[in-house]
Design a protein around this ligand. Structure first.
Ligand SMILES: Cc1ncc(COP(=O)(O)O)c(C=O)c1O
Ligand SMILES: N[C@@H](CCOP(=O)(O)O)C(=O)O
Length: 405
């Protein structure tokens, strides 16, 4: 069956070269099992960069799937904020997306596609943000949504969002890696989801990642090609998507090189760093970190993430939970509220600067993937500037006087 909405794409296996007509359902290579890349066919793309209209993800529709009807809540067009403390570093603040994370860029494409192929609902495994986003977009589309979560492993804000948007919440014992295994074993047969009424929208789905690649397009419009892009890495889809976006700009003659992609992981959950350093497979058991969004031991997109870093000339680095929390507080002092996983990109940037991996004059974009309100417990662990008073006079003294530093 031919899918008109995807007709400017082909699906290709990056490992064995298998190629097939684009389909919303086929996600893994039927020959070797690798995740398939959705590649634009150059002569089917009519890119009119100077005529781009609108804001956000769909501004770049020339380079995206084009479903008949679009399910959108206003995703993308996030601010790029220059750090006061480090003038060559810019925060791409994905926390301003409709559900507070970069996942919305992908869900607008994924849920639009799900809607146009006529499934009953969507299904995801999640550490929380994918669940919140899938729940909101499927509610918008009038589709059911099943979210499979590691019991006790999801921050309250995200769980609350999934509840608010009416998702069916299934929790399982174990980690996110177990949850994803449950979902993939349920929905994929020979790498395809064509037999099932619930459309999988984790990052194995190459169409969802097409939405996330628009981060690269926005960065390009805002500051050109930075020297480095720092990305927190969990399941590994986002760093690949951003690299793919820059690669496509290069393939269409808009730029002549891509930025070096730096994948940042928490040291207790750093399978990509382990693989990068030649210390074993990109897998660890029992990942541990305060940054629950990236508490992932077996990144399903490990090969995609690896290619993004390797072919851009970047690196994978790890940061401790203390460094993450310090970076979160530092951003807080600049008025930018991010959840712990998102602060990993600043923590990684500071580490890379400190170790001389990058220089202070290099232009770096740090992807701040999710909003601070996602994880209120992490915020409440910080040192509060709380002062208890019991009279108006005490407040007057504070305001008039010297009691507040
Ligand atoms: C806030 C946040 N940051 C970073 C990540 C990591 O992204 P990826 O899984 O695409 O590597 C996730 C989810 O995985 C996330 O929710
Ligand atoms: N942090 C993610 C983990 C799942 O990643 P996905 O990109 O495969 O959906 C989440 O928010 O659940």
């Amino acid at each position: 069956m031919r899918f008109e909405t995807l007709n400017k794409y082909v699906l290709k296996c990056p490992r064995c070269g298998f190629e097939t007509e684009a389909s919303p359902y086929i996600m893994r290579c039927p020959k070797c099992g690798e995740l398939l890349d959705a590649l634009l066919i150059a002569d089917k793309v009519k890119l009119r960069w100077n005529e781009l209209r609108g804001r956000g993800v769909w501004r770049y529709r020339d380079l995206l799937p084009e479903p008949n009807s679009i399910v959108s809540i206003g995703e993308g067009a996030t601010p790029l904020i220059r750090l006061r403390s480090h003038g060559n570093a810019y925060i791409k603040f994905e926390g301003t997306n409709p559900t507070g994370s970069f996942k919305d860029r992908g869900m607008t494409i994924g849920v639009s596609l799900a809607s146009s192929i006529g499934v009953k609902g969507v299904i995801v495994a999640s550490t929380g943000n994918t669940a919140a986003s899938a729940a909101a977009y499927s509610a918008r589309a009038g589709l059911n949504c099943i979210v499979v979560l590691p019991k006790g492993g999801v921050a309250k804000g995200k769980l609350g969002q999934a509840i608010l948007h009416g998702a069916s919440i299934v929790d399982i014992p174990g980690t996110f890696d177990n949850a994803l295994e449950y979902v993939l074993d349920t929905v994929l047969i020979n790498g395809s989801a064509d037999h099932i009424n619930y459309y999988p929208l984790n990052s194995i789905n190459p169409w969802r990642l097409e939405g996330q690649k628009t981060i690269a397009y926005e960065v390009f419009e805002e500051v050109g090609v930075p020297d480095y892009v720092f990305v927190p890495v969990g399941n590994g889809g986002n760093i690949y998507a951003i690299w793919k976006g820059f690669r496509e700009l290069m393939e269409h003659g808009m730029i002549d090189h891509v930025p070096k992609m730096i994948g940042v992981q928490a040291s207790g959950a750093a399978p990509m760093v382990r693989y990068w350093n030649g210390a074993g497979e990109a897998k660890i058991e029992n990942p541990r970190t305060i940054a629950s969004a990236i508490r992932i031991g077996k990144p399903v997109n490990w090969f995609r993430a690896y290619r993004a870093v390797k072919y851009s000339g970047g690196a994978f680095i790890e940061v401790s939970d203390d460094e993450i929390i310090r970076a979160q507080a530092m951003l807080g002092k600049e008025g930018i509220g991010v959840e712990p996983a998102s602060a990993a990109s600043l923590a990684g940037y500071l580490k890379a600067l400190g170790e001389g991996l990058i220089g202070p004059s290099d232009k770096a974009v740090l992807i701040a993937t999710g909003h601070a309100l996602k994880d209120p417990d992490a915020l409440l662990m910080g040192n509060a500037n709380m002062i208890s008073i019991s009279s108006i006079n005490e407040l007057r003294n504070l305001v008039m006087g010297n009691a507040i530093a």
